[in-house]
Design a binder for this molecule. Structure first.
Ligand SMILES: Cc1cc2nc3c(=O)[nH]c(=O)nc-3n(C[C@H](O)[C@H](O)[C@H](O)COP(=O)(O)OP(=O)(O)OC[C@H]3O[C@@H](n4cnc5c(N)ncnc54)[C@H](O)[C@@H]3O)c2cc1C
Length: 388
C-alpha cells in the first residue's frame, strides 16, 4: 500500500490515561496558553500544535478546571490568557446550561434512538451513515477527519465544527447520529459539550443561527491542506425539540457524618481528594465504569480503554449497579457518597442507586449563571476566578 501524502497523514497524538501524563501535558502547554494561544487556536495543525489537547483529561476530571486555570495563571496575566480561560469556562457553561435544562439530554436520547432505528430500517440512510462514519464520502477533508478521529480519539475544535456542519448540511444526515458518532469516538466525549455544540451547529441552540462550513475558512485554517469544493452553500432549518423551561441549579444531597461511608468514583470526576476530606467516616473507595452507556452502539475500544485504565489508577472499576450494591454490602457501607453526577450517560446508568451526591464548589459557584447565552455568563468569569 502506498503511504498517504504528507498533508493527509493521520495525526500521531496519543493520550496516556494517567494523571502523570495529564500533568506533564498541562505543564508543557501552560507557557503557550497566553497570546500565542489566542493567535493560533483556530488553526488545525498536525499534532494539535497551538491548542492544549487537554480535553480528555479535563472531561474526566483527571485534571480539574481550577487546577488548569491556576497553572495557566501562574504563567500569564488574566488579560493575556483571556482566550484560554474563556475556553475552559465554555465547558463549565455548557455543563451548567444542561444542568438547568436536563430534558435537552433526554430529548437527544429519544431523537438518537429514533434515528438509529431509521438507520436499521432504511438502506439508503444506512449506507450514507456508514460512509460518513468510515470516512468514505469522497469529501476529502471530512473523510480525513472521520479517520483521524477513529485513530486518535481527538479532533481540533474547528474540525469538529466543520465536520458537524458537513454532516448536517452537505450529507444531510440526522444531527443526533453525528453527535452519537462523536460520543463513541472522542476520548473527551461529553454529554454537555457534545450535545450542545452539535445543537449549536444545527441552529437548535441559538434559534435561527446555524453554522455553515465555508471552503475558504477550511483552506485558511488547515494551512491549505484542504480545498473542498463540494460543500453545501446554504444551511436549512433542522427539526428538533426546543428546550423546555429552565429549572433551578442542582444542590448537594445531605451527608450523614455518623454513617459508615463508601466513596464511589465515576468517570465524570476522578479527582476526589476534596470530597474524601469531607467524609469523616470513610470506610472504602471504589470506581465504576459507565462508558458503554454513551451510545446504543459500542463506544470505540480506545475510549473504553482510556476510561478503564484511568479509573484503574484508583481502583479496578466495577461495571454494574449490582456490583456497586454488593461492594457496599460487603463493606458494611451505610451511605455511598460521590461527586455530583452531571446530566448524561453516567447518571442514566446509575440512576437507581441511592447516592449522596456532593457538588464541587467550582460547579456550585458557576452553574447557576448558565441561564442565558455564553456572553452573559462570560461577565461572571472575573468573579468566579477571584473565588478560586
Ligand atoms: C460539534 C462539537 C462537538 C464537541 N464535542 C465535545 C465533547 O464531546 N467533549 C468535549 O470536551 N468538548 C467537545 N467540543 C468542544 C471542543 O471542541 C473541545 O473541548 C476542544 O476541541 C478540546 O481540545 P483542546 O483540549 O485541545 O482545546 P483547547 O483549545 O486547548 O481548550 C482548552 C480547554 O477548554 C475547553 N474547551 C475548549 N473549547 C471548548 C468548547 N468549544 N466547548 C467546551 N469546552 C471547550 C476544553 O476543556 C479544553 O480542553 C465539541 C465541539 C464541537 C464543535
Amino acid at each position: 500500500m502506498r503511504a498517504a501524502p504528507q498533508h493527509l497523514r493521520l495525526m500521531t497524538l496519543s493520550f496516556p490515561p494517567t494523571r502523570a501524563a495529564a500533568l506533564t501535558r498541562l505543564h508543557a502547554f501552560a507557557p503557550g496558553a497566553g497570546r500565542a494561544y489566542a493567535r493560533d487556536r483556530n488553526f488545525d495543525r498536525p499534532d494539535a500544535a497551538g491548542v492544549s489537547a487537554l480535553s480528555p483529561y479535563i472531561r474526566h476530571r483527571m485534571l480539574t478546571e481550577p487546577e488548569v486555570l491556576a497553572s495557566v495563571r501562574e504563567n500569564h496575566s488574566d488579560a493575556d490568557a483571556e482566550k484560554f480561560i474563556q475556553e475552559v469556562f465554555w465547558r463549565t457553561y455548557w455543563k451548567g446550561w444542561l444542568e438547568l435544562r436536563p430534558s435537552v439530554w433526554d430529548d437527544y436520547v429519544v431523537e438518537r434512538d429514533q434515528a438509529w432505528n431509521d438507520v436499521q430500517t432504511q438502506s439508503g440512510l444506512r449506507t450514507a451513515w456508514e460512509d460518513a462514519c468510515l470516512g468514505r464520502t469522497g469529501i476529502e477533508c471530512f473523510d480525513h477527519w472521520a479517520q483521524d478521529l477513529a485513530a486518535t480519539g481527538y479532533l481540533h475544535n474547528h474540525s469538529r465544527m466543520w465536520f458537524a456542519s458537513i454532516w448536517i448540511f452537505t450529507l444531510r444526515l440526522p444531527w443526533s447520529l453525528g453527535a452519537d458518532f462523536f460520543l463513541r469516538h472522542l476520548l473527551d466525549g461529553d454529554a454537555a459539550s457534545n450535545t450542545l455544540s452539535w445543537r449549536w451547529v444545527a441552529g437548535l441552540q441559538t434559534i435561527g443561527k446555524t453554522y455553515l462550513a465555508r471552503p475558504d475558512n477550511i483552506t485558511k485554517y488547515t494551512g491549505g491542506r484542504f480545498r473542498p469544493k463540494e460543500l453545501a452553500t446554504h444551511a436549512f432549518p433542522v427539526d428538533g425539540t426546543p428546550p423546555r423551561a429552565r429549572g433551578p441549579a442542582p444542590t448537594s444531597s445531605t451527608l450523614d457524618p455518623a454513617k459508615r461511608t463508601g466513596l464511589l468514583i465515576t468517570e465524570d470526576d476522578m479527582s476526589t481528594d476534596w470530597l474524601a476530606q469531607r467524609l469523616p467516616n470513610l470506610i472504602a473507595t471504589e470506581t465504576v465504569q459507565t462508558t458503554e452507556y454513551r451510545s446504543p452502539l459500542a463506544p470505540a475500544p480506545n475510549v473504553i480503554q482510556f476510561v478503564e485504565q484511568a479509573l484503574s489508577e484508583i481502583a479496578a472499576p466495577l461495571a454494574t449497579t449490582e456490583q456497586v450494591r454488593e461492594w457496599a454490602t460487603a463493606n458494611g457501607i451505610e451511605q455511598i457518597a460521590t461527586p455530583y453526577i452531571p446530566v448524561g450517560p453516567t447518571r442514566d446508568a446509575l440512576g437507581g442507586l441511592p447516592l449522596v451526591q456532593i457538588i464541587r464548589p467550582y460547579d456550585n459557584a458557576a452553574w447557576p449563571h448558565a441561564t442565558h447565552g455564553f456572553f452573559r455568563f462570560k461577565d461572571k468569569i472575573p468573579k468566579l476566578l477571584s473565588q478560586l
